[in-house]
Each structure stands twice: as structure tokens, then as C-alpha cells.
Design a protein around this ligand. Structure first.
Ligand SMILES: [Zn+2]
Length: 434
């Protein structure tokens, strides 16, 4: 089977790169991945996978930070104009993301692999002299969206693994599920997929990222611990407008409430129990120069090494926001728009990835387990599977890249997408072979 996999991946090389460039050119940020989903669904169907999509795959009431209906409609139309199948897009009923199953035998283990679909917000560098996607004509054509994290590569890897595994179906038992998750950025997509049953009954789950802590070609980190738990909030302050010159005393200053809150959120005493983070990343407030600001929006996030440490930051934040609002006679609302839990990879499956990678010549620098030190929506899925008696890991496969993740010049060596296809395929075969 190993030689089949190696040979198959050689054949798939061009399509892996072509697919990555296609997804790169048409990036779609969280909850708007209509084109990406439609293209991937069509390919998975063709390979013989059974698709679960729309509200069957993503629980609508658990979706957070969703763009307006109008915006979603515009993105659906754009997706169709950019080559997505109209019937498929229509049947999503406004919800992106899906999973694709193949059953090899009634009994046997259930393996799930998760790949994220979304791009980042932001505009890609369009300088042909310094940025290869611009030079070679596959840089983003969608304003305000760019694949600056490598999820274009992830979707491409997922499709390739699916093709390898479909080619081995007579030699496997159990079942496999490919989870193509929307809205990983902002940590919003995993929870509603879990709520819809994406991880029910799963014995083994693997998630992956290219690059990140695996800084260069040849690096591999088989497992992660110390995912930071995180909570994302939109906080709205409501005050009262008044003439800033004639009668400022009649106003209730929401801008000042937000400003005082921001300074003091960043000043929350840190917890001795471990790493915590807080950031207010955006404030929008006020209506005009001579008007006491009647409204303010503050977008913030907290993080903690454990779910408990994040909960500490959340509780303290709530107190600061309440007190800041009261200082200026304002009211406020808090909307949770995203978040995830902490987690740690299972040793048994780390070992399987490690042993598999040792036989792949590309991987020269293999580490078993590393502190992740950031949030990842996959932690939700992994801890769900573990809580239900299964095992999971999150691996990072090295790439040579041109800039850091989330930079507008992010690009990478595309040949580095092949080894993770081989690694994941072989790990799946190890878990499912007859
Ligand atoms: Zn990412």
C-alpha cells in the first residue's frame, strides 16, 4: 500500500498545486466560503464520498459572528460568478462547510480528518516584483480577503488525501470522514459543526496546519498541547448624545466608557496559574466632533492556557466593562462572537504520526509534542472526541514560506504540500487497514 500511496501522490502533484492556486485566487473569509465549499464538494462527490452539508453539517443556532443575510447573498452570487455550481450553492441554504464520508465496512474504527476552508480578512500584496502569486497571476481577486494562513493549501491537501484513500477502499475497514470546516479564523466554525454531529462516534481525529511552528521544509511537529482557550466579544456601549459645547452634562459618553474599559481591560491582573492574554483590537465610537458620543463598539478577545484561565480573564473583563459603563451612565451589551477551548494531543496517536513520518524522507526534523501557545478551533473537535473516549492530534508540517502567517505577502513552496498528503494518507491506512 505504501508504494501505491507514493506513486499516487506523484500523479497528484500537479492537481495539488493547481487546486491550491485556484483556492488562493478566490479566497473567502469565514461563513462566506461558498465557492470553496462548492468546488470541494463537487470533487469529493466525484471520488465517491457521501456529503453532509448546509444545516445538516453546521448547526445554525450555534453559528457566531455571521455576516448579514445581504452580505451572504452577495457572496453566494460572487461564488457562482467565479465558477461555483449554482445548484450546489443554492442547496447550502446560506451555510458553508460540509463533511464527506466513506464507509469501508460496517464495523471497525472511525477516523476523521479536519481541514479549514476560510481565508483571512485583508488585501493581498499585488506587487508582481516581490510577490509570486501576483507575478504568476493567482493572487486574490476578492477585495478584503486573502489566503494568508495557508488554508488554501489545507483544502488542497484534504482533497488529495481523499483521492488517495478512495483508491485504497477495498483494502480498508471502518470508515473515514473528511471535515471541511468554515470560519476557523475567529474560532467560530468548529462548535456549530460539533453541535450538528460532525464528531459523533469518531475514534480518531487528526487536524493539521502547514507552517506555523514547523518553520521550514522538513520540519514536523506531531502533536500540540497548550492550545490557548479563547473568547471573542463584541461589546456595545449605549449612552446619550448631547451638544458638546452647550450642554455636555446632558450626555452619557459611550466613547469614554469604551476608552476607559480598553485601558483597564489591558490592565487586568494576570493569573499566577499560567499564560493569559487580552486584546482590544478595534473601537468604533461616536457620531461627530461636537456631539457627546452616544455609542461605541469594542471588539476584544481573551485567551488562557487552560479553559479555566480564559474563564478568569472573561470574568474580570465583565467586571471592567460593567464598571466602565457605570462611570459614564451608559448601558452595554456583550455578544460572544467566537471562542475555543484548550487541549492536548493524545500520546498514542502522536506516536503513530511519529512512526509514520520517520519513513518519509522529507521529514528531517521531527518533534513529538510542542506547546502551541495560540488558539485553534480544532481544539474544540479534539477535546470533544477525547471526552467521548477517542483520540486526537494536531500536527504541523513544515513549509518554506516568504512571510509570516497573516502577512499580506504570505506565500510558500508548494511542493511542501505533498509530504503532509503522504503522512496523513499513511496514518489513515495505519488506523484503518484490514
Ligand atoms: Zn490558520
Amino acid at each position: 500500500m505504501d508504494s501505491f500511496i507514493t506513486e499516487k501522490i506523484k500523479q497528484l502533484k500537479d492537481s495539488i498545486i493547481t487546486n491550491r492556486r485556484d483556492f488562493h485566487m478566490y479566497p473567502e473569509f469565514g461563513w462566506t466560503e461558498f465557492r470553496t465549499s462548492a468546488i470541494a464538494i463537487a470533487k469529493m462527490k466525484k471520488l465517491g464520498y457521501k456529503i453532509t452539508m448546509g444545516k445538516d453539517a453546521v448547526s445554525k443556532s450555534d453559528m457566531m459572528g455571521v455576516p448579514s443575510e445581504l452580505e451572504l447573498k452577495e457572496h453566494q452570487e460572487r461564488a457562482i460568478s467565479q465558477g461555483a455550481d449554482k445548484e450546489l450553492v443554492d442547496s447550502m441554504e446560506g451555510i458553508t462547510g460540509f463533511w464527506a464520508d466513506m464507509v469501508f465496512s460496517e464495523h471497525g474504527p472511525f477516523v476523521a480528518l479536519r481541514f479549514d476552508l476560510d481565508s483571512n480578512d485583508g488585501n493581498e500584496c499585488q506587487d508582481a516584483d516581490t510577490h509570486r502569486p501576483a507575478k504568476e497571476g493567482f493572487s486574490s481577486v476578492n477585495k478584503g480577503a486573502m489566503h494568508a494562513c495557508g488554508h488554501d493549501g489545507h483544502v488542497s491537501i484534504g482533497l488529495a488525501v481523499a483521492e488517495v484513500i478512495a483508491g485504497l477502499k477495498t483494502k480498508l475497514n471502518g470508515r473515514i470522514r473528511f471535515i471541511f470546516q468554515p470560519a476557523e479564523e475567529g474560532l467560530r466554525g468548529a462548535a456549530p459543526m460539533i453541535a450538528a454531529g460532525a464528531c459523533d462516534g469518531v475514534d480518531y481525529i487528526l487536524g493539521m496546519h502547514i507552517g506555523f511552528q514547523a518553520g521550514k521544509s522538513g520540519d514536523l511537529i506531531c502533536g500540540a498541547k497548550g492550545f490557548l482557550a479563547s473568547t471573542k466579544w463584541d461589546v456595545n456601549f449605549f449612552g446619550k448624545s448631547a451638544h458638546a459645547g452647550a450642554s455636555p452634562e446632558e450626555g452619557e459618553n459611550a466613547l469614554l466608557a469604551a476608552a476607559v474599559a480598553t485601558i483597564n481591560l489591558h490592565a487586568i491582573s494576570r493569573h499566577g496559574g499560567g499564560t493569559t492574554r487580552i486584546n482590544v483590537g478595534k473601537i468604533i465610537a461616536g457620531e461627530g466632533r461636537n456631539v457627546i458620543a452616544p455609542n461605541a463598539l469594542l471588539q476584544m478577545e481573551t485567551r488562557g492556557l487552560t479553559t479555566e484561565l480564559d474563564a478568569y480573564m472573561v470574568e474580570q473583563s465583565r467586571r471592567v466593562i460593567k464598571a466602565s459603563a457605570e462611570m459614564y451612565g451608559c448601558t452595554y451589551t456583550i455578544d460572544v462572537v467566537g471562542g475555543t477551548k484548550s487541549g492536548e494531543s493524545s500520546q498514542e496517536i502522536i506516536d503513530i504520526v511519529y512512526e509514520t513520518a520517520k519513513d518519509i524522507p522529507f521529514y528531517k526534523n521531527i518533534e513529538k509534542l510542542k506547546d502551541f501557545g495560540a488558539g485553534e478551533d480544532f481544539a474544540h473537535m479534539m477535546s470533544y472526541v477525547q471526552l467521548n473516549g477517542g483520540l486526537g492530534t494536531y500536527l504541523q508540517s513544515g513549509i518554506d514560506k516568504t512571510a509570516g502567517h497573516h502577512n499580506n505577502k504570505f506565500d510558500f513552496k508548494e511542493e511542501d504540500l505533498l509530504p503532509p498528503v503522504e503522512l496523513l494518507s499513511k496514518a489513515v491506512v495505519h488506523l484503518l487497514k484490514k
